[in-house]
Design a binder for this molecule. Structure first.
Ligand SMILES: *[C@@H]1O[C@H](CO)[C@@H](O)[C@H](O)[C@H]1NC(C)=O
Ligand SMILES: *[C@@H]1O[C@H](CO)[C@@H](O)[C@H](O)[C@H]1NC(C)=O
Ligand SMILES: *[C@@H]1O[C@H](CO)[C@@H](O)[C@H](O)[C@H]1NC(C)=O
Ligand SMILES: *[C@@H]1O[C@H](CO)[C@@H](O)[C@H](O)[C@H]1NC(C)=O
Ligand SMILES: *[C@@H]1O[C@H](CO)[C@@H](O)[C@H](O)[C@H]1NC(C)=O
Ligand SMILES: *[C@@H]1O[C@H](CO)[C@@H](O)[C@H](O)[C@H]1NC(C)=O
Length: 511
């Protein structure tokens, strides 16, 4: 209220009374009720993770300097977490124990080395040729992941085949290497989006065959490398669960024995292709809601055929094909990302792996200079504030434009006390602010973390501010993420998102 009044007095000076009047009436009120008596879901303790696309291995890290202090700080800030090393390139990766070839011979082969020029768009779909990952490169990958305390899962090449079977010889060589070096790989995966092989390669591996290949992987992990017998096994990384063929593939894989092998059933999700992405699509409730059905499907099918298996969104982002430039890498992407985390948590996903930490326009770090994109800060706040227990929220908003989710607060990373509740919400209204009232906590003092683009009118900004302060690394360290104390109604400006912590919620379920 105070804010609207002051806005009004300013605009009375500056503008005609009429427009001031409309401004006030434009504010919408929404009542929100959080059920703190029961939990609707409990997440993996490392709910949010990331990917490093295998194309990074092909291109020797592109512009990511894994030894730089800022990259290390940013990566470590997100740990502990899973990082999936995988993607289309994994099915063209051949491991070779040894040193990397010199950069001159790499250049002679026409492949891209360090300092790759990204002003020319890299088309990630066009790299369908084999490449070598040396032991030396794997060392640099492992040493990065280890130094920032990430748990790595590694995607193995399923296109190395002998007749209709997977040929595990090269995978065994890699595992031997990992075992000899005493490296810790948290999990293994076999192939990437196998349901799309026919589409991109003209080659088919049926779901029941893939399940048999996974059985082979399981045997190798138990018989040849018993020290890996507690590794996670992830699969079948099916994409486009909105299509009948994909649903059938996912189902058949689990049904024909894959469900007994995998620790987590995985699928991939993008809302749309980068080629057709528009600003409006990032703010469209119908587009955001389209994820719900896919999540529900994946969870229902997995519960039926593999009741004890987790469900992971094994690779996911806003727009497929490298992300949409100027959208996937700006403030506006946060609506999709935050809503995706909310939907995934609410409808039964255990882990969400964001494509990508680095590489492509959808990455958390800028593709060229590795500075953090708005989604980096959003993810960091999410990890800091949002806990594992998901609560049920109901709101009086019927438009789908005010989206709100609630969990118990993560009390491990910030100094909040048990019983605290975290709400995250976004306002998709183009012009109207929303007054949000939390019915069970009307008189509580809350911590408000309002995220706005900088400048605040540009949703396509590369910069994001927390309570009015632009978020930037400070001398290669993360800045403090400070809330604003507030009592009563929360006013969420148009086209913004944020978090609210209720430290005195005393929610029994959150103790
Ligand atoms: C580069 O090309 C040479 C000659 O064709 C070949 O022997 C070598 O294996 C290639 N290296 C890679 C990494 O493709
Ligand atoms: C990659 O190498 C494997 C093993 O040599 C071979 O079977 C496969 O056809 C190669 N794939 C491509 C795309 O060259
Ligand atoms: C993740 O890594 C840590 C440290 O290496 C380890 O203690 C933990 O068991 C790992 N978790 C999984 C699920 O692999
Ligand atoms: C895993 O291997 C260890 C020895 O490395 C063994 O003690 C344990 O029983 C094995 N567990 C399973 C489930 O096979
Ligand atoms: C959430 O609350 C609504 C309204 O009370 C109720 O209809 C719905 O079943 C609840 N959902 C869960 C998963 O408990
Ligand atoms: C939670 O407990 C504190 C301390 O006993 C109290 O001041 C506060 O009002 C309680 N909050 C709610 C929502 O009941």
């Amino acid at each position: 209220m105070i804010r609207l009044n002051s806005l009004c007095s300013t605009c009375q000076v500056m503008l005609a009374f009429v427009s001031c009047f409309t401004e006030i009436h434009a504010a919408i009120s929404v009542r929100v009720k959080i059920d703190v008596k029961s939990e609707i879901n409990r997440l993996n303790e490392n709910f949010v993770g990331f990917t490093l696309d295998s194309s990074l291995l092909r291109h020797h890290w592109e512009n990511l300097d894994v030894r730089s202090k800022s990259v290390q700080t940013l990566a470590k800030g997100l740990s502990p977490c899973f990082v999936r090393v995988g993607g289309t390139g994994s099915d063209f990766l051949i491991f070779k124990n040894g040193k990397s070839i010199s950069s001159s011979s790499r250049a002679a082969n026409g492949s891209l080395g360090y300092g790759i020029d990204l002003s020319n768009e890299v088309d990630y779909t066009k790299h369908l040729t084999n490449f070598t990952m040396t032991g030396e490169f794997f060392d640099s990958l492992y040493s990065f992941v280890q130094s920032v305390s990430w748990n790595m899962t590694f995607d193995l090449n399923v296109l190395l085949r002998e007749k209709e079977w997977w040929d595990p010889e090269n995978a065994i060589q890699l595992m031997r290497y990992v075992a000899k070096k005493n490296y810790r790989v948290s999990g293994w995966e076999l192939g990437n989006e196998p349901n799309a092989f026919y589409h991109i390669l003209g080659y088919r591996i049926n779901a029941d065959q893939l399940a048999d290949d996974y059985k082979r992987l399981y045997q190798i992990l138990h018989d040849i490398f018993p020290q890996f017998n507690s590794s996670l096994i992830l699969g079948p990384s099916v994409t486009k669960l909105c299509k009948e063929n994909s649903i059938a593939y996912f189902t058949n894989f689990l049904q024909s024995g894959g469900g007994k092998i995998v620790t987590a059933a995985t699928f991939h999700h993008y809302y749309f292709s980068a080629k057709t992405a528009t600003e409006q699509m990032f703010l469209d409730p119908e587009v955001l809601d389209s994820l719900i059905e896919e999540v529900q499907l994946a969870v229902t099918i997995t519960r039926k055929w593999a009741p004890y298996t987790q469900v992971w969104l094994g690779e996911t982002s806003s727009a497929s094909g490298g992300g949409a430039k100027g959208l996937s890498d700006t403030y506006i992407a946060g609506f999709m990302w935050l809503d995706k985390l909310g939907v995934a948590a609410k409808y039964g996903i255990d882990v969400v792996l964001r494509q990508s930490f680095y590489s492509g326009h959808y990455s958390l770090l800028d593709h060229n200079d590795c500075s953090p994109n708005p989604d980096y800060w959003l993810t960091l706040l999410y990890k800091n504030l949002v806990g594992r227990t998901v609560l049920n929220v109901t709101s009086s908003d019927a438009s789908g434009q005010l989206r709100v989710y609630a969990h118990c607060t993560n009390i491990k990373r910030m100094q909040y006390k048990p019983g605290s509740v975290t709400i995250y919400l976004m306002n998709l209204h183009r012009k109207e602010a929303v007054n949000v009232e939390f019915l069970n906590f009307l008189s509580e003092t809350v911590d408000f973390y309002l995220l706005q683009p900088v400048p605040s009118t540009n949703v396509k900004s590369k910069f994001i501010g927390l309570n009015g302060k632009t978020l930037l690394l400070q001398n290669n360290e993360l800045p403090p993420l400070l809330p604003r104390k507030q009592q009563g109604k929360i006013i969420l400006p148009s086209l913004t998102y944020g978090f609210i912590v209720i430290p005195n919620a005393n929610a029994t379920i959150c103790y």
